[in-house]
Design a binder for this molecule. Structure first.
Ligand SMILES: *Cc1c(COP(=O)(O)O)cnc(C)c1O
Length: 376
């Protein structure tokens, strides 16, 4: 059986995890937490990078940081993971969904401005499959209307838009280190990227349960105290150590994924009468987070997934648009029409893909797909 995903394991993690287990400090922001922060700050050139227990938590921190209040509106695509919306709804915001572009499945930047009202506070672009949204247009809209931009770059580590790493273009950005993502901190994990320097101090306070403990450790205040709302948004040293082992070979892992992606792309280019291939705009360098194809319709996709399963290959569809879910109907609204979100999401299927996938595994997927597609 070829699974859909295998969590990344490079062999480099063991020695750091063992060191963390034997250290005198296993709680957050010890040696490995700090090493990870430094790695991200150097590689991203951001004002501050803070590990979190998940991308969900990083998004929740972002919503607190920009002071989302009941009644505020936040614009995002409906084709995304629930956490993108939940983080803002938990602060009382109303989520406003905008249709996606069929070529990248990213928010259609040309439809965003029509969704802006006097209640709008933020735009949350989601970089689907690690392919960047049209950030120049999005930042221009945000500047015109005085809005925050929070990039949900959960899938976007190692990707760039016009040379800038995803997550470093908006005021804030988030990464996920869940086991299904390109890098993992041992199953669950995330990162909050802070680009707007005015948000750094408060981000550290919110992450430390609303205390100024971070400033205390650095000797900036002589005792620490409760200064704001907050929660426990620090992962343990075990998670940071696991991730650190992967960061040291991040480039090799990325190149390996891109190789698999290109092999899939070339193989499926032979079936363009049956499938649509993913597209990457010229302004974007992607990270091969995902290889998806689009079948002609929902029926063809269902047959494809079943046919692949019968040949021991697990393929999966992705998000059911949030605006058609029970919570989405209560807490969110669609701006404009759903021209592509539902119809395109119903055609999309993701193929097995992970760092370190073996050539024979890729070949089994491609052989199975060729047989199944010939019958559809
Ligand atoms: C994976 C993912 C998340 C959630 O990440 P967690 O680390 O599991 O909380 C949020 N948004 C998007 C777009 C994702 O792909």
């Amino acid at each position: 059986m070829i699974p859909f995903n295998r969590p990344l394991y490079t062999g480099n993690e063991d020695k750091y995890v063992t060191a963390a287990m034997r250290s005198a400090k296993m709680s957050g922001d010890g040696e490995f937490g700090q090493l990870c922060h430094r790695w991200f700050e150097e590689h991203l050139g951001c004002a501050k990078a803070l590990l979190t227990p998940s991308c969900t938590h990083a998004l929740e921190m972002a919503a607190i940081l920009i002071n989302i209040q009941p009644g505020d509106e936040v614009i995002m695509p409906s084709y995304t993971f629930v956490s993108t919306a939940n983080a803002f709804i938990m602060r009382g915001a109303k989520v406003i969904f905008v249709d996606v572009r069929p070529d990248t499945m990213n928010i259609d930047e040309t439809l965003i401005e029509a969704a802006v009202t006097d209640k709008t506070r933020a735009i949350v672009p989601v970089h689907y499959a690690g392919v960047g949204c049209e950030m120049d247009a999005i930042m221009a809209i945000a500047t015109r209307h005085g809005l925050y931009v929070i990039e949900d770059a959960a899938q976007g580590m190692m990707s760039t838009y016009k040379g800038k790493p995803l997550g470093t273009i908006g005021h804030l950005g988030t990464y996920s280190f869940h086991e299904t993502k390109n890098y993992t901190s041992g199953g669950e994990g995330g990162l909050l990227i802070i680009n707007d320097t005015s948000l750094v101090n408060r981000a550290e306070i919110i992450r430390e349960k609303g205390t100024n403990r971070g400033q205390f450790w650095r000797g900036m205040v002589d005792k620490y105290t409760w200064v704001d709302i907050g929660s426990s948004y620090l992962p343990s040293e075990l998670q940071a150590a696991y991730l650190y082992g992967q960061l040291l070979c991040a480039t090799e892992v990325n190149e390996d994924r891109l190789r698999t992606w290109k092999i899939y792309y070339e193989a499926f280019a032979g079936f363009i009468d049956k499938v649509e291939l993913p597209s990457v705009p010229e302004s974007c360098v992607h990270n091969a987070h995902m290889f998806y194809i689009k079948l002609k319709n929902l029926g063809a996709r269902t047959k494809f997934i079943e046919g692949m399963k019968a040949r021991n290959v697990m393929t999966v569809f992705h998000y059911v648009p949030l605006h058609s879910s029970p919570c989405g109907k209560r807490c969110a609204a669609l701006s404009g029409v759903d021209k592509f979100t539902t119809s395109e999401s119903e055609k999309l299927v993701r193929l097995p893909m992970w760092g370190g996938m073996l050539p024979e595994e890729r070949n089994q997927v491609i052989r199975a797909a060729a047989t199944v597609l010939a019958e559809i």
